[in-house]
Ligand binder design. Sequence first.
Ligand SMILES: NC(=O)c1ccc[n+]([C@@H]2O[C@H](COP(=O)([O-])OP(=O)(O)OC[C@H]3O[C@@H](n4cnc5c(N)ncnc54)[C@H](O)[C@@H]3O)[C@@H](O)[C@H]2O)c1
Length: 318
Amino acid sequence: MQRILLTGGAGFIGSHLAEALLARGGAVTILDNFAPFYPRAMKEGNVRPALERGASLIEGDITSPEDVARACDAAAPDVIVHLAACAGVRPSIAQPAAYAHVNVVGTQRLLDAAVARGVERFIVASSSSVYGNSATVPFSETDDVSRPISPYAATKVATELICSTAAHLHGLKVTALRFFTVFGPRQRPDLAIHKFLRRVAAGEAIPVYGDGSTSRDYTFIDDIIDGVLRAIDRCGAVEPFRCYNLGGEHPVTLSEMIAAVEETVGRRATIDRKEDQPGDVRRTWADLTRSRAELGYQPRTALLEGMRRQWEWMRAGT
Ligand SMILES: NC(=O)c1ccc[n+]([C@@H]2O[C@H](COP(=O)([O-])OP(=O)(O)OC[C@H]3O[C@@H](n4cnc5c(N)ncnc54)[C@H](O)[C@@H]3O)[C@@H](O)[C@H]2O)c1
C-alpha cells in the first residue's frame, strides 16, 4: 500500500486528490493549516468525504519544521504530494513576503524532511503563471521561465528551482506539475468562474478586467487529478527532476468564458468593465506534447460540461 503525505488536502485540488488516492488503495495523511484565504467551513466541507473514507488529518503549517515532522511521523510516507500554498496572483502583489515564506520556505521544509526520511517521490504543484507574458504559444516546458510577472508566479519558479536542486544533490525524485486554471466542484471562491457563476445568478455585476480578449486554458478538476495520479506513478522515470504542463489544451477568451457562464446559469451578465490588472498574464495555453508522451495525460472535459458540473455543486451548497 502506498503511503502518501498530502499537503493542502483540505483545499480545492487537494481534497479531490485525497479521495482519488484513497479510491486506489493509498493511505493518505493530510497536512493543512486551514489558511484563512477563504472560509474554513468550505475547507471542512471539502475534506470531509476523504476523512470519512479513512484519510488522517494533521492540522499544521508547512513552514513549521515541528509540524512537518509530526505529519511525517504520522504518515511515514513513500510519496509526498505538496499542494499547500498561498494561491492567487492578485493578492500576492500586496503580500509578497507572505507568499515567499509559505511557497518557498514551506516547500524547502518539506524537501528537507523528504531527504532526511528517504521519501521516494515528491510531487509539487507549480503553475502556468511561471510562463509570464511569454510571446510564444502554446507554452512548452522547455520555454524560458525567468520572467514571471507576479510575486505568486515568482514563488512557483523558485519552487521548481529548489526542487530541481534537491533532486540534483540528494537523488530525490521530483515532479513539478504546472496546473492551468483549474475549475470544477470545490473551486476556490476567489477564482473567476466561481465568482462569475455566483454573481450572474444573483443578478449582480461582474468585474471584468480589460476588453475580454485575454484567454485562459481552463482545465477541469477530474483531468487534473488524472494527471497528478499519472505523475505519481511515473515520477523519476525520465529524469530525477521533471516539469509537466497539465492544461486543457483549449484556451478560451474571457468573453467566451462569460458567455458560457450565461448559458450555464440561464441569465445575462452585467459587466463592470475595469482596467487590466497588474500581474495578470494576457493568455495561457498548454503544450501537452511532453505530458501526453511521458504521462499519457489527455484532458477530456470541455469548458461548458465542466462548468455545468461546478454549477450543480454550487447550487447544492455543499
Ligand atoms: N486552482 C488553480 O487553478 C491552480 C492553478 C495553478 C496552480 N495551482 C496550485 O495548486 C495548489 C492547490 O491549489 P488550490 O486551488 O487547491 O488552492 P486551495 O487554496 O484551495 O488549497 C491550498 C490548501 O493549502 C493550505 N495551506 C495554505 N498555506 C498553508 C500552510 N502554510 N501550511 C499548511 N497548509 C497550507 C490551505 O489551507 C488550502 O487548504 C497550490 O499550490 C496552487 O498554487 C492551482
